[in-house]
Design a protein around this ligand. Structure first.
Ligand SMILES: CC(C)(COP(=O)(O)OP(=O)(O)OC[C@H]1O[C@@H](n2cnc3c(N)ncnc32)[C@H](O)[C@@H]1OP(=O)(O)O)[C@@H](O)C(=O)NCCC(=O)NCCS
Length: 143
């Protein structure tokens, strides 16, 4: 939650609340990956630099959220988290992965560099704090 609270600009209303995260993690198919600034899985009381929240389904996995603390960005942690997610998904038996993001999110360049391709658009799916509507873009990738 410490990363969630610093990583996401409230304007876009993308961050999840603690209770949303807690309830999602009580479901057997939802999981989190947490990484430290050395790009190692988080251990003990170390400070998290970034995280992924993801969900499994038979043969596929969905990347629900990825966030990196602003002070640790542009150092490859986001990419390392996504590659860790790919390895986890493969180990779980998935052969494809998906994600959904707001249309204007600059993270699109990170997703493309990780091999994701845009495969769909949901019109006016998100609403910003100002009430502006934004499309959702679905990305997919074969593993
Ligand atoms: C998106 C995010 C996770 C990227 O984390 P990061 O650790 O900075 O990413 P990396 O350092 O691994 O960057 C990997 C690539 O993506 C590019 N990139 C990353 N963030 C970018 C941004 N905001 N704008 C443009 N390019 C970006 C990098 O230049 C790099 O490209 P390269 O491999 O060609 O050099 C981070 O910016 C973030 O937490 N954003 C806010 C939360 C968010 O919007 N999450 C996505 C929606 S759930």
């Amino acid at each position: 939650m410490a990363v969630m609270e610093t990583a996401f600009d409230p304007h876009w209303r993308e961050a999840w609340t603690r209770s949303q995260v807690e309830s999602s993690l009580t479901l057997p198919h939802t999981y989190a990956l947490l990484m430290d600034e050395e790009q190692q899985p988080l251990e003990g009381d170390a400070k998290a630099a970034g995280f992924i929240l993801a969900r499994r389904a038979p043969g596929e996995e969905e990347l629900l959220l990825v966030g990196v603390r602003p002070e640790f960005r542009q150092r490859g942690i986001g990419k390392a988290l996504i590659e860790w997610f790919f390895r986890t998904a493969r180990a779980n038996g998935a052969d494809q992965v998906f994600l959904e993001m707001r249309d204007n999110n600059p993270a699109a360049s990170l997703y493309s560099s990780c091999g994701f391709e845009p495969i769909g658009r949901r019109r006016a799916y998100y609403r910003t704090a100002d009430g502006e509507s934004l499309d959702a873009i679905t990305f997919g990738r074969k593993l």
